[in-house]
Design a protein around this ligand. Structure first.
Ligand code: NAD
Length: 347
């Protein structure tokens, strides 16, 4: 297939590109290279004959139109977005511009191109988050039918983009498919996100920030499992449908942080246990209490399930961050990141 991947220099997008090229697809990676991007995430794929890169903004209609016309994709995997909840609280406008207006531009371009070439077999796969569903109490799971009640500007912007994607299916017949996923972790995740932040703070001898009392619960999914799920949905998902993707691995934030500390105690021992560095900080405004996904649809319809346990995945991810300081250290030094990292931790 000929795949356009937006946001292919980010954490998940770069893994999608690596896997797509590996699977024999031709890939055009479109990325504006914001602070969160890192082309090094792509490794040797950057030199592969089936890979091309376009530095462009999804809000740039002309650039998107010529990319579609030149590349003639069979599918788009749309991952480009602003993704950090704390940043959305400090500056929501950019999240609306990128995640809502950017998705609208991309949908418009995709539709015009698709119609102009005679409506061939095509797929617009929109990659979204479980955060659109809001917050759960101690019981229950989000299903695909759960009403949207986003509570942060990030979640609201992703919810809006999901609605736009569905509207393009209902109104213009654009063949779309959506997936909503829980928190990812793995190599190449920008160091402001919870798991890399905890590892880096711990080994740097700095306080490890935990929001509130650390009682908030998240479901964690290994990056490789997510990418595998994305290709499953892209190749076999039903047009117009959305699929929940999750790791079935719920954990309280404090338990997760303690677990990371205990792995570090073994892998890089110091005189005192790392957990002594844990520092509780004021809770995030509107902080969602619990996310958990019902993944029955993708399991039963498409035969996908998560394969990497949280324990195994964390062990591997921690080893990767310990071995790859040369990747994350320069990112910390980039403008804004180090200041942000002094704050608080969350996905
Ligand atoms: P990321 O922040 O690591 O990467 C985002 C990428 O998008 C960056 O490379 C950035 O340069 C690019 N980008 C941002 N604005 C752009 C624009 N206007 N034009 C072109 N490119 C632009 O994000 P991620 O964690 O890899 O997430 C990717 C997608 O998956 C997002 O849509 C996110 O909402 C979704 N998602 C992420 C998670 C998670 O746990 N990380 C979970 C569920 C869903």
């Amino acid at each position: 297939m000929r795949l356009i991947v937006t946001g292919g220099a980010g954490f998940i997008g770069s893994a999608v590109v690596r896997m797509a090229v590996d699977k024999g697809h031709d890939v055009l990676n479109i990325d504006a290279l914001t602070y969160a991007a890192c082309l090094e995430n792509l490794g040797p794929v950057q030199k592969h004959p089936r890979y091309a890169f376009l530095k462009a903004d999804i809000r740039d209609h002309a650039a998107m139109a010529s990319a579609f016309a030149d590349f003639n994709p069979n599918a788009v995997l749309h991952l480009a977005a602003e993704t950090h909840v704390d940043r959305s609280i400090d500056g929501p406008d950019l999240f609306v511009d990128t995640n809502v207006a950017g998705t609208c531009t991309l949908l418009g371009v995709a539709r015009d191109w698709w119609e102009s070439v005679g409506r061939p077999s095509f797929r617009f796969h929109h990659i979204s988050t479980d955060e659109v569903f809001g917050s759960l109490g101690p019981e229950g799971l989000f299903s695909e039918e759960t009403p949207y009640t986003p509570r942060s500007p990030y979640a609201a912007s992703k919810a809006s983009s999901d609605h736009l994607v569905r509207a393009w299916y209902e109104t213009y017949d654009l063949p779309v498919v959506l997936s909503n996923c829980s928190n990812n972790y793995g190599p190449y995740q920008f160091p402001e996100k919870l798991i890399p932040l905890v590892i880096i703070k711990a080994i740097s001898g700095e306080p490890i920030p935990v929001y509130g009392n650390g009682g908030n619960v998240r479901d964690w999914l290994n990056l490789e499992d997510h990418v595998d799920a994305l290709f499953t949905v892209l190749e076999h998902g039903k047009t117009g449908r959305s699929y929940n993707i999750g790791g079935e691995a719920e954990m309280r934030n404090l338990d997760l942080v303690n677990h990371i500390c205990s792995i570090l105690d073994e892998k890089r021992p110091i005189e005192r246990p790392y957990r002594e560095q844990i520092t509780f900080v004021a809770d995030r405004p509107g902080h969602d209490k619990r996310y958990a996904m019902d993944i029955t649809r993708i399991r039963t319809e498409l035969g996908w399930r998560p394969r990497v346990s949280l324990a195994q995945g964390l062990e591997k991810t921690i080893a990767w961050y310990l071995d790859n300081e040369a990747w994350w250290r320069p990112l910390l030094e980039r403008e804004g990141a180090s200041q942000r990292l002094g704050m608080k931790a969350e996905s």
